[in-house]
Design a protein around this ligand. Structure first.
Ligand SMILES: Nc1ncnc2c1ncn2[C@@H]1O[C@H](COP(=O)(O)OP(=O)(O)OP(=O)(O)O)[C@@H](O)[C@H]1O
Ligand SMILES: O=P(O)(O)OC[C@H]1O[C@H](OP(=O)(O)OP(=O)(O)O)[C@H](O)[C@@H]1O
Ligand SMILES: [Mg+2]
Length: 282
């Protein structure tokens, strides 16, 4: 039985469970359930605090865990990333009050820095050769300067709204660029159930990052059109009843799809359709 940790709360919990459900795994119906057994797929899911997940996986008690790259890094647990999941994107950054001065990381020397990710911050300060006091807080870190316990902070930045609301500005290079990831204990083996879960999740991630384009193309413009949509391997082509036309089907990156559709229309393609891919195996 494969044992897999899933966030039970916070930003990553909803999307992580939805992705596992899309991959065909049973997920919990009740928010308070801490385990779910998916006997058909030989997997047991454990719903744990996101911060704790890498610790369980690093100790070898659980085989895989879905967590944030930043959380896994901060835990210091001996885990390795096996798959990036494409959601829960954030940066982890230093920030300080707007207008006080143009802060640099070197200016943090001798200062108090509040954070919920003390290990990441200590390691980054050491890498910069800066000696400062790290104040460990559990959350609402942005308010700590106002309340007088810190001079600067290091925190997760998503949209940047929370920093702006508190009159703070980020500075320095991001300490970490994070997203949700699957981790395993470093150096551990892959058995059939683990490989299957990773392949299914990979298929859902691909499905979310690509769309399927279908279009009809005059035969003489095929070479030009398929240069625009080379597909992952090679585009699928099928003859139409009108022998001067061909139907083409190719996967394209979701973010580029509108621009690719513009280019196909300019080439002379017609009936250009874009559709979602729920999951795929390449
Ligand atoms: N806007 C965001 N705010 C917080 N965490 C985010 C955000 N966007 C992505 N994340 C990621 O979510 C993970 C943090 O999840 P976690 O559940 O610990 O905190 P949370 O979502 O802030 O919930 P809570 O603070 O209520 O426990 C990190 O990997 C972080 O990078
Ligand atoms: O850049 P934004 O989109 O504004 O998001 C970032 C904020 O969201 C998180 O806080 P959360 O709401 O989880 O509260 P917490 O500080 O108690 O963890 C994070 O710690 C930042 O404070
Ligand atoms: Mg939080």
């Amino acid at each position: 039985m494969l044992r897999v940790a899933v966030p039970n709360k916070g930003t990553l919990a909803g999307p992580a469970s939805e992705m596992l459900a899309e991959a065909g795994y049973r997920q919990r119906h009740e928010q308070r359930d801490l385990t779910v057994l998916d006997a058909a797929n030989e997997v047991e899911f454990f719903f744990l605090r996101p911060k704790d997940i890498a610790i369980y996986v690093g100790s070898g008690e659980l085989d895989l865990g879905l967590t944030g790259r930043d959380l896994a890094g901060d835990s210091g647990a001996p885990v390795a990333e096996v798959l990036a999941l494409g959601f829960g994107g954030s940066t982890f950054r230093y920030a300080a009050p707007v207008g006080e001065r143009d802060w640099t990381v070197a200016d943090l020397a001798g200062k108090r820095i509040a954070t919920s990710y003390a290990n990441l911050v200590s390691a980054d300060l050491a890498a910069h050769g800066v000696s400062a006091e790290v104040i460990r807080l559990d959350g609402a870190v942005e308010i700590s300067i106002q309340l007088g316990v810190a001079d600067a902070i290091a925190d997760v930045v998503g949209s940047g709204r929370t920093l702006r609301q508190h009159g703070l500005v980020a500075f320095g290079d991001p300490i970490c660029r994070s997203e949700a990831v699957v981790v395993e204990r470093a150096g551990s083996d892959h058995d059939r159930t683990k490989e299957q879960l990773l392949a299914r999740l990979q298929g859902v991630v691909f499905g979310q990052q690509y769309v399927m384009l279908d279009y009809n193309c005059p035969r003489e413009l095929l070479a030009e059109a398929t240069r625009v949509t080379p597909g992952l391997g090679s585009p699928t082509m099928a003859p139409l009843a009108d022998e001067n036309w061909v139907a083409v089907r190719a996967m394209v990156p979701r973010k580029e799809a509108p621009a690719i559709m513009d280019r196909l229309a300019a080439v002379g393609a017609k009936a250009i359709l874009s559709s979602d891919i729920r999951a795929c195996r390449l």
